[in-house]
Design a protein around this ligand. Structure first.
Ligand code: SF4
Length: 365
């Protein structure tokens, strides 16, 4: 930068007009762009993404497709992402499928359209690849409900317990675990532990309770929960069911027990999509994040999919994850263009977190 001048003063031309220096318009433009990028990088951690203007007439989809080829990038997206992001992704799936894809990815860049712990898992599994996330503030209430500072003393207080953690947790929590699981394989993972071994299950208490019922194993549960799945109202779901008596209720196991008790099918996001495809039923009340409906509608266009209602009255009459929805096509474009924000995991934590994830992948084969 020119000494003594801030970017703001230069771009707002408070001190002088760059054109008076007899510099070509191209160099002026490049200079301002460089300064804007420097400013955006400085603010990356506080904002979560590079806050840069995108020309209105730019075809973002075409640009993303071009960069995907040029940079040898693979775009992975969770079912809870916006439809536009799911449509442009190379692979759309649940946490298990996304981990498997991240582990085997041979692209140079993994663009992870999901939340922070998912991108972190991709980095743990495939550390030589650059892993980028459109908005690094895309966190998770469930992961936040289990901070390492509280979980470590809990684990230390039960040294004889096998520690099973749901994948929705930070790298530090995974590093304190024996086996990781997802909602697709939690039952299998719990059943893999010898019967005489006591188990700690964290962080989701609702999934933990459900797996205790399924396996008959008593487990010590961490009291964590997901705001999106705890938002469903059992009373409103039952009222809705009176209106659609032929509909089946399908629910994700992160939902609360009363909802799981009335559900005709309980399973992971992939499991729910598969059930909607294979069931003879023509109507479903769907109790999970509303983003899943995008994929479900494609798979079963002739069936009726009704989002399960939540306690609050919101315009979409459904439950949306505010973290997942932080990602957008614009942020996806910016993160691919500048390869930021990128995800790093300290090597010592990564190595310890890798083992329990690998155990899960092995059990899930
Ligand atoms: S839906 Fe719930 S568990 Fe999934 S990312 Fe959002 S807050 Fe976390």
């Amino acid at each position: 930068m020119l000494p003594g001048f801030s970017l703001q003063s230069l771009t707002q031309k408070k001190h002088f007009n760059l054109s008076t220096l007899n510099i070509s318009p191209y160099i002026c433009k490049t200079f301002v762009k460089t300064m804007e990028l420097a400013e955006a990088k400085k603010n990356l951690n506080s904002i979560g993404y590079l806050d840069l203007k995108i020309p209105k007439d730019l075809d973002l989809i075409a640009e993303i497709n071009k960069m995907r080829k040029e940079k040898n990038a693979v775009i992975l997206a969770h079912y809870y992402q916006d439809g536009a992001i799911q449509d442009i992704a190379d692979y759309v799936g649940d946490s298990l499928g996304l981990s498997q894809k991240a582990a085997e990815a041979n692209a140079d860049i993994i663009v992870f359209c999901g939340v922070h712990f998912m991108a972190e898992t991709a980095k743990i599994l495939n550390p030589t690849k650059k892993v980028i996330l459109p908005d690094q503030k895309a966190g998770c209430s469930l992961a936040d409900s289990c901070p390492a500072s509280a979980f470590k003393p809990f684990v230390d207080a039960h040294p004889d317990h096998v520690v099973i953690t749901y994948i929705n947790c930070s790298a530090e929590i995974k590093a304190l675990s024996d086996i990781v699981c997802t909602s697709s394989n939690a039952e299998k993972v719990v059943n893999s532990v010898p019967l005489d071994k006591p188990i700690i299950f964290a962080p989701d208490k609702n999934l933990g309770k459900y797996i205790m019922e399924k396996t008959g194993r008593k487990m010590l549960l961490w009291e964590g929960a997901c705001i999106v799945h705890e938002a469903f109202s059992i009373d409103k779901i039952l009222d809705l069911h009176k209106k659609y008596p032929n509909a089946q209720i399908i629910a994700h196991p992160e939902s609360e027990t009363p909802i799981l008790k009335v559900a005709n099918y309980i399973g992971s996001t992939s499991g729910m999509i598969e059930y909607a495809k294979t069931s003879d039923c023509k109507e479903f009340i769907v109790a999970t994040e509303a983003g899943i409906l995008h994929k479900m509608k494609k798979e079963v266009p002739h069936k009726s999919l009704i989002p399960a209602p939540i306690h609050q009255n919101v315009t979409c009459a459904c439950s949306e994850c505010p973290y997942m929805k932080l990602n957008s096509i614009e942020k996806l474009y910016l993160c691919m263009k500048y390869e930021l924000p990128d995800i790093e995991v300290p090597e010592e934590i990564r190595k310890r977190a890798l083992l329990p994830i690998e155990r899960m992948l092995e059990i899930s084969k």
